[in-house]
Design a protein around this ligand. Structure first.
Ligand code: IMP
Length: 201
């Protein structure tokens, strides 16, 4: 059985990653051990930052476990791509982030409120990244918060085709269409191929 450590302390991300990778043959999925330092996030793209996190935690965790690192965020066209890779640093907590975003967009009309969620995942081992993937989902920024599921910017991210925010979707529905769900589907398929190689560490 190979071990895969989910290298994030964000509870929302952990829930979604564990739920999509559940039952993956040949792998045991584990949380990040407590008390570890935080990885730097100095890259200019989501993939750069996922690679940084993957390298950092897989170096700390040593040669045995594999590591899955997630870097993700919200890209808003009317804000020239902000908050982007700074999504978690845009304001101190989810409530403040959503309030600030709605405030920044208060004079932006609905046709100009396009945005996307992006999720980059990196698979790493022993200090080196061996594979990366990225998923995204298009939407618009709602005029007000709706819904209680999910985390982060989900209550203000509207999926025009569904007429609902991401936070109005139950977890399974979010995982089917979200940036993370899409990246994880590719990640899962990739891990399945490793899991089947019995001779490989
Ligand atoms: P980081 O990847 O740890 O730098 O943080 C990403 C930030 O983007 C999170 O703290 C959330 O604010 C936001 N984010 C990432 N994924 C999602 C999502 O699925 N829903 C809502 N917000 C998200």
């Amino acid at each position: 059985m190979k071990r895969l450590v989910i290298a994030t302390t964000n509870a929302g991300k952990v829930r979604e990653i564990v739920s999509v990778l559940d039952g993956l043959e040949g792998w045991r999925v584990e949380p990040l051990p407590g008390g570890l330092p935080l990885a730097d996030e100095t890259g200019s793209t989501f993939v750069d930052n996922a690679v940084q996190k993957g390298e950092f935690y897989s170096r700390i965790l040593g040669p045995e476990p594999w590591v899955a690192a997630d870097d993700s965020g919200l890209v808003v066209d009317a804000l020239d791509g902000r908050p982007g890779v700074f999504s978690s640093r845009y304001a101190p907590n989810d409530e403040a982030r959503n309030r600030k975003l709605l405030g920044e967009l208060r004079n932006v009309a609905e046709p100009n409120r396009s945005a996307r969620f992006v999720c980059a995942l990196a698979l790493a081992r022993n200090g080196g990244v061996v594979w990366t993937t990225e998923g995204s989902v298009e939407g618009t920024i709602a005029l007000r918060r709706e819904g209680t599921h999910g985390f982060g910017y989900d209550p203000v991210f509207l999926l025009p085709a569904l007429g609902r925010t991401m936070a109005e979707l139950p977890p399974e529905a979010k995982n089917r269409i979200s940036h993370r769900g899409r990246a994880l589907a590719m990640f899962r398929a990739h891990l399945e191929s490793y899991g089947q190689e019995s001779g490989r560490g």
